[in-house]
Design a protein around this ligand. Structure first.
Ligand code: DX5
Ligand code: ZN
Length: 218
């Protein structure tokens, strides 16, 4: 089943709890939480106190996207803060196999993220070990960027790679996904859809409902 993962990076931080409740009540299954360190990506975003606070008021799957260097330092802390899935960037890990093992030992699902220019071959010896692959469809660091078209073929190639190996790995896509291009990424094989600015601008409930109609094939 396809899942919608609204990214709180685009939420109103002065009313964050309310924004989270609104997308949850409208039916979004995941909450995408972007953590940035000002090193791996240019910007800084949020950390443990914010995640702990919203965890107390939400039962959504917390999908934590770490855009940070050397994430091993913080795996346990993000699990303790309430993450259900922790995704690390392959480009940010010196020992990716060890990092993925540490995420699983912390009792949460493990994801690996790839920047748009990172080839799928980095997954060759790790695909069997992860629950989800996050394909960035913009260069990470900011919300509201334009979808990079060459990513569509990359999604299809990853879906074939997963099927050829007899796996059921989730493919999450992140960046520039809107109501007018989400069908294209679903057709290519993505099944977890991140949307920041397309959900948290204007009528949140209506945005979620419109996305879910497409995700549910209605
Ligand atoms: C970008 C983040 C995304 C971002 C998506 O670095 O990883 O999750 O919030 O925002 P939109 O959907 O506005 O491109
Ligand atoms: Zn993200």
């Amino acid at each position: 089943m396809n899942k919608l993962a609204p990214s709180i990076l685009a939420a109103d931080f002065a009313a964050l709890g309310e924004d989270v409740k609104r997308v949850e009540n409208a039916g979004a299954q995941y909450l995408h939480i972007d953590v940035m360190d000002g090193m791996f990506v240019p910007s800084l975003s949020l950390g443990f106190p914010v995640i702990e606070s919203i965890r107390r008021n939400s039962v959504m799957v917390f999908d934590v996207h770490l855009m940070i260097c050397d994430p091993d330092r913080y795996i346990q802390a993000f699990a303790d803060a309430g993450a259900d899935i922790i995704t690390v960037h392959a480009e940010a890990c010196t020992h990716l196999n060890r990092t993925i093992a540490a995420i699983k030992e912390a009792g949460v699902k493990a994801g690996v993220a790839l920047n748009p220019a990172t080839p799928l071959s980095v997954l060759d010896y790790i695909l069997e070990d992860v629950d989800m692959v996050l394909l960035m469809t913009v260069n990470p660091g900011f919300g509201g960027q334009k979808y990079i078209e060459s990513c569509t073929e990359k999604i299809s190639r990853l879906r074939s790679m997963i099927q050829e190996r007899g796996l059921e790995t989730d493919i999450e896509v992140d960046g520039g996904i809107k109501l007018n291009n989400v069908q294209k990424v679903l057709d290519a094989g993505a099944n977890v859809i991140v949307a920041g600015s397309a959900v948290f601008s204007g009528d949140r409930e209506k945005n979620v409902e419109e996305f879910l109609k497409i995700l549910n094939g209605k």
